[in-house]
Design a protein around this ligand. Structure first.
Ligand SMILES: [Zn+2]
Length: 156
């Protein structure tokens, strides 16, 4: 059996898949297009088709996945935006936009953090509380999205 392998940017969008949003070890191929003209992808791990990953925090910005993971690790350790700027060399605006982006996709991002950074639910809650504190001017969308992942259990 031959498996056509072309370089694709997409990562699996199936939350039940072991390779959900994972770059390493993924096995994604392009598989035709949807009627809307969107590229269709197929994950060989979970046998699932999905649409291109527009709007996913990991791919909307000009940061690679290892860089995003690196920034997240610093955030988990409660480093401020300015110190992360110093540690990673990314401009604080880039980091700020990433925070906003992650907040807008908070539920998806939580799953990602738990799976790929091995965060516990508690650490995840702490992460969002920290993001909220660091990013004062969040968009309406981001604030609503954060409300869903930070229940009343995380009082300041
Ligand atoms: Zn998959």
């Amino acid at each position: 059996m031959t498996r056509p392998r072309s370089q694709v940017d997409a990562v699996c969008q199936n939350p039940k898949c072991r390779f959900y949003l994972k770059e390493d070890g993924k096995n994604i191929i392009k598989s035709g297009k949807y009627a809307t003209g969107h590229q269709r992808y197929y994950c060989n791990h979970c046998d699932t088709y999905f649409m291109e990953t527009k709007g996913t925090p990991l791919f909307r910005k000009h940061l690679s996945e290892p860089e995003i993971i690196n920034i997240c690790k610093h955030l988990v350790e409660k480093n401020g935006v300015r110190s992360i700027e110093r540690l990673t060399g990314h401009h604080r605006d880039t980091i700020g936009v990433l925070l906003e982006d992650m907040a807008e996709h908070a539920q998806k991002m939580s799953t990602y953090l738990i799976k790929n950074l091995n965060l516990s639910q508690y650490e995840c809650d702490e992460f969002w509380t920290f993001v909220k504190k660091k990013r004062k001017r969040l968009s309406e969308k981001a604030r609503l999205s954060l409300k869903l992942v930070t229940p009343g259990s995380t009082q300041p």
